[in-house]
Design a binder for this molecule. Sequence first.
Ligand SMILES: C[S@@+](CC[C@H](N)C(=O)[O-])C[C@H]1O[C@@H](n2cnc3c(N)ncnc32)[C@H](O)[C@@H]1O
Length: 367
Amino acid sequence: MSNGEQKSEKLLSLAHFKSAAIKCAVELGIPTAIKRCGRTATISDLIKEISLVPAKAPYLSRLLRFLAFFGLFEEDEEEFASAKSKTVYKLTPTSRLLVQEADNDSTCDMSHMLLLFTRPSTTVSTFFDVERWIRDPTSTKTVFEAAHASMADSRFTMEVVIKEAGGYFKGLKTLTDVGGGHGAATAAIVATFPDMQCTVMDLQQVVSSAPECGGTVKFVVGNMFESIPPADVVLLKLVLHSWDDASCIKILKCCKEAIPPTGGKVFNINTVLGHRGETSKHVTEVQLLLDLYMMRGHGFERDERQWKTIFLEVGFANYTVIPLQDPLAMIVLHPSPLVVEMTVKVTGTGGAKEDSFLSTDEAEAAP
Ligand SMILES: C[S@@+](CC[C@H](N)C(=O)[O-])C[C@H]1O[C@@H](n2cnc3c(N)ncnc32)[C@H](O)[C@@H]1O
C-alpha cells in the first residue's frame, strides 16, 4: 500500500468526525456566540459567552481549528492592545446558517436540520448498522417507518424556490401542498403571494398537531393515495423520494386529477441526481449523501431518466426541470401538451426521447 492510499483510507474512515465536530459546535452554540460577540471572537470570548471552564480552552481551540479548515469558520490573527496577536474566529456564509436566533425571524436557522442529520440515536446509529440491513434478505421494514412531519429547512428551500422559480407561482389562485407537514413551505409561499388560497394536506396525526396558520392557509386531513383537494397547482415537496415507483405513480395520478387538465401543474421539489443545471461536484456530493440518507427508509433519490419513466406512466404531457441553488430542483409537470409559457432555466435531456413526451427544451428543439 502506498503512502497516498493509506492517507485516503484514513480520510475515509475518519470522515464521520467532521459531522461529529459540526454537531458539537452547534450544540455548544458557537455560531450564535460568535455573532453575539460582534461576529469576531477569540477563544476566551467564547469560553465566557458559552460559560465553559477556562481549562477547556485548548480543546475548544482544537475543535475550531479543525472546523475552520473546512470553512465552517474563518480563522484570523489579530493584534490586540497587549501587542500580542490572538487567533480570532469569524462566521462564514455556512456558519451564518447555524446561528440560533429564535427571536429573529429573518435569519435562516438550519441548525435543527443539522442536528436531525447528526442525531446519534437515530440517524447516525442507523447508518453504522446499514450492513446488517443490506445483508438481511427479508428486511422490508425500517426503523424510520414513521414519516417526519416537518423539515426544518423548508423556509430556506422555499426562499430559494421563490427566488429561482417565483414566476411559476405568480397569478396562481389556489395551491394544495400535499404531505405538507406543518405548513412551513406553504407559509413561505403565502408570505410572498398573500392572495393565494392554500390547502395543506397531511395525515391525521400530523394535521392534529399543526400550528394555527390563519390567513389564506387551511389544513385538511387526507390520503394522497386516494384523493387530493383540487387546485391550480399541487405541490409535492420532498415527498416522492420516500416512495417506490409504483407508489409515486399512484400519488401523481391523484395529483393529476386534482388540477385543471389545461393550465394545471404539479410542482415536484426533489433531487434530480446529477442534473446538468448548475450541478457542481459539491452539489453532486450532497445529492449522493442525501441518497444514502434515504436508505434509512424505503426512499431513494432519482436521476432524470428515472423521473421521466414515472411521469410518462402517469400520463403527463411535458415537464420542465428548474435547477435550484441547492441540491434540489423543481420539476414542473404539465398535464396537457406544452404551450411554452416561460423560458426560465429550462433543462431536460435524460433518457430516450418519446414523441409525445418531451421535456421543455426537447419540445423547443423539436421541429
Ligand atoms: C418527508 S415529509 C415532507 C414534509 C414537507 N413537504 C416538507 O418538505 O418539509 C413527508 C410528509 O408526507 C406525509 N404523508 C405520508 N403519507 C401520507 C399520505 N398517505 N397522505 C398524505 N400525506 C402523507 C407525512 O406525514 C409527512 O408530513
